[in-house]
Design a protein around this ligand. Structure first.
Ligand code: SME
Length: 148
């Protein structure tokens, strides 16, 4: 799907705000709208840990809690910066969830400049995430920040 169309759709989902499942709705939408997004999940910051919230994918991950500072997820939570890993097999920080994963993007969700959660997306394709994905998902993270 084209990014602007996806952004508008998510704006509507989040703006409606009648649904208690808005975060899950956005996760489901991202998973279905972009074929290369093989697994989509939201982690919440709870103290020094990341705790898995809504997710969509073929399989559950064993990493339902991740210490901040560990893995790609923990690195993004610590730095507050988007992490794009083009080849997970070459990144020593990587915590493996699915054997099929080849690349990953993690986008922090911030409120008042503090990281309160993140969007984590795995892809079965190598180098699946472009600068456009990063910019798009940073907008999605902004839209979700009031709902985390
Ligand atoms: N690969 C992540 C762990 C989470 S799973 O991808 C769902 C990491 O390295 O932090």
């Amino acid at each position: 799907m084209e990014y602007t169309r996806a952004e508008l759709h998510i704006k509507k989902l989040v703006g409606a705000c009648i649904s208690k499942t808005v975060v899950q709705d956005v996760v489901d939408f991202l998973y279905h709208a972009f074929e290369r997004y093989s697994w989509v999940g939201i982690y919440h910051v709870e103290g020094t840990m990341l705790v898995l919230g809504p997710w969509k994918g073929e399989h559950a991950t064993e990493h339902t809690t991740i210490p901040i500072g560990k893995g790609i997820c923990g690195a993004a939570a610590q730095s507050g910066k988007t992490e794009v890993v083009t080849d997970v097999s070459k990144d020593s920080r990587y915590l493996s969830c699915f054997v099929s994963t080849r690349s990953e993007i993690v986008v922090p969700i911030k409120k008042n400049n503090r990281v309160i959660g993140e969007i984590d997306i795995d892809s079965d394709r190598p180098a699946a995430f472009s600068t456009q994905d990063a910019l798009f998902l940073e907008k999605v993270a902004d839209m979700l920040s009031q709902h985390i």
